[in-house]
Design a protein around this ligand. Structure first.
Ligand code: MG
Length: 321
């Protein structure tokens, strides 16, 4: 493909202008030079769908929360995992009707590394009804962190043994169940102090590909800040398997925009544009200390201001990418 055709075909001409060199390299790959894999331009242009986790959305009632998201141009909503989707699924589907919002993921703790088969099995059984509820709600998927804790903790599998069991047994069965119900499991890489197992987006993408239908991967800018050498490269590695993104400040795990000098997402957003990402970019993190009283939570009106400030910052950086 000639450069001109490539640019015409690509819906991310903005990125192409800035990243002409990389794209030229990609074309070399597309034509088979260097034996490198082909980087296909996205079919549809990428889209920034800002998203908040349920507890962080201003407002008490379901309707009030959804109204806030819509009024402020957010594109998606993230809900808790556990029995929340089972208890609140029907009400949320009803409240979402006619709105320009989609239901992203459900987020909650999970661990599939127990050495005892019965414990791993109990974890699988726990998530099957949650996956069914998410399918019914047309959610993007259930976030899964396959293992927590330190390397070779007694009573836990790790390394190749865990990967084999997760890809061929626990993760595979959850993914198959998810595919059957029209949703997915979303593998989340964490930091090295949080997991001995899955830490990079490319590894998660490979695992999702090995599991097969119903398995996807996500990237969390906070974890990626420590574990990845390139935000853009990590997202490109995930490609079409990327179904969700978490975002937080890169200096502190709090809402982006408090340390604007550190909160630089343009490189990552370039990666998202190159793969035609249209999923959610969801804030997951805490809040700065209350300057009036560090022991007290920040007042809601201050949090709301910070949410709107984040939305502005992320939109500006998306436009720059
Ligand atoms: Mg996360």
């Amino acid at each position: 493909m000639k450069r001109r055709d490539f640019l015409k075909a690509s819906a991310v001409a903005g990125v192409a202008t800035v990243y002409g060199t990389q794209l030229a390299a990609a074309q070399g790959q597309a034509s088979g030079e260097n034996g490198m894999p082909k980087l296909a331009p996205p079919g549809k242009p990428a889209e920034l769908n800002l998203c908040l986790q349920w507890s962080g959305i201003p407002g008490g009632e379901m309707k009030e929360k959804l109204d806030f998201l819509e009024a402020n141009g957010f594109g998606a909503v993230e809900i808790p995992s556990g029995d929340w989707p089972i208890k609140n699924g029907d009400a949320l589907v009803e409240a979402m009707k006619g709105r320009k919002l989609f239901l992203a993921t459900a987020c909650g703790p999970s661990d599939f590394s127990y050495a005892e088969r019965e414990k791993r099995e109990a974890e699988v059984q726990k998530f099957l009804p949650i996956i069914e509820a998410l399918g019914k709600m047309k959610s993007v998927g259930l976030i899964i962190c396959p293992a927590r804790g330190k390397l070779s903790e007694p009573g836990h599998l790790s390394g190749k043994e865990l990967r084999k069991d997760f890809v061929e047994n626990t993760g595979k069965r959850l993914a198959q169940h998810a595919a059957k119900h029209g949703t997915s499991i979303v593998l989340e890489p964490l930091r090295r102090n949080e997991t001995p197992f899955l830490r990079q987006v490319a590894d998660g993408a490979r695992m999702a590909a090995d599991i097969g239908p119903g398995a996807t991967v996500m990237g969390d800018f906070w974890h990626m800040g420590l574990e990845e050498t390139s935000f853009m490269g990590a997202f490109i590695c995930a490609g079409k398997l990327l179904s969700h993104v978490h975002i937080a400040g890169l200096k502190e795990r709090i809402i982006p925009g408090v340390h604007p000098e550190a909160d630089q997402y343009v490189d990552g957003f370039k990666g998202l544009k190159l793969i035609g990402y249209r999923g959610a970019v969801s804030f997951e993190g805490g809040w700065p200390r209350n300057p009036a009283d560090p022991k007290k939570d920040l007042p809601q009106e201050e949090k709301t201001k910070l949410i709107l400030n984040m939305a502005k910052l992320l939109r500006e950086q998306w436009a720059m990418a």
